[in-house]
Design a protein around this ligand. Structure first.
Ligand code: PRP
Ligand code: URA
Ligand code: MG
Length: 207
């Protein structure tokens, strides 16, 4: 499985701000925004580029752009806090949306929104969700994408639990995972330990 842990000191510092229980919502959102830039930056490190000759004011040289910009798919609510920053780095990307709420008892994802292009064959997809816990929400999203022909999917997460990683690894076509940390475990309520709490609530308030 293709698993990248972005453990750059600046990423660790943003993640620490997010983990801190004293961090308020505006500061939490700002730290997630900045961490997202780092995750997207690393996730696109080996992306194919198109080379075009261009003129600087001084000379001719090679210019570059992404050959096949990924479809960006934030998983609402928490993934919304990654959407604008991913788009900032990849302005010509298209964006789809998936809305899921995890049932607090069963931990199963309940879908409430699905807005995706019908045909994703040949298109890379970046799924944006800060939390990979049991992996149920990410697995559900990846199945939606695979149903539309996607074969090149990257899950970008601030935090990942070993349980969620193993669940995705067991899929017939596992995604690539880019995360800032692999945490210790899940607790009995399905929360990541040490984690950061509920990423949706910490950005937008409890529902
Ligand atoms: O790996 P899992 O066990 O499925 O848990 C992870 C999911 O939980 C959170 O969403 P939540 O359901 O809390 O919705 P929210 O973003 O609206 O708060 C998170 O953003 C993931 O989507
Ligand atoms: O720790 C967790 C687990 C799932 N979803 C969250 O927002 N946080
Ligand atoms: Mg939540």
């Amino acid at each position: 499985m293709d698993l990248l842990v972005v453990d750059h000191p600046l990423a660790k510092a943003r993640l620490s701000t997010m983990r801190d229980a004293r961090t308020d919502s505006p500061t939490f959102r700002a730290a997630l925004h900045e961490l997202t830039l780092m995750l997207v930056y690393e996730a696109t490190r080996n992306a194919p580029v198109v080379t075009e000759r261009m003129h600087t004011p001084v000379a001719r040289t090679d210019g570059y752009r992404l050959k096949n910009p990924p479809l960006l798919v934030p998983v609402l609510r928490a993934g919304l806090g990654m959407a604008d920053q991913a788009h900032q780095l990849i302005p010509d990307a298209q964006m789809g949306f998936v809305g899921l709420a995890r049932d607090e008892e069963t931990l199963q994802p309940t879908p409430y929104l699905e807005s995706l292009p019908a045909d994703l064959s040949g298109r890379p997809v970046f799924v944006l969700d800060p939390m990979l816990a049991t992996g149920g929400s990410m697995e559900y999203t990846i199945r939606l994408l695979a149903d539309r022909g996607a074969t090149d999917v990257t899950a970008l997460c601030a935090l990942a639990a070993p349980e969620g990683i193993e669940r995705l690894r067991a899929m017939a076509a596992p995604p690539r995972i880019v995360t800032a940390s692999i945490d210790e475990r899940l607790n009995e309520s399905g929360f990541i330990v040490p984690g950061l709490g509920d990423a949706g609530d910490r950005q937008y308030g409890a529902v």
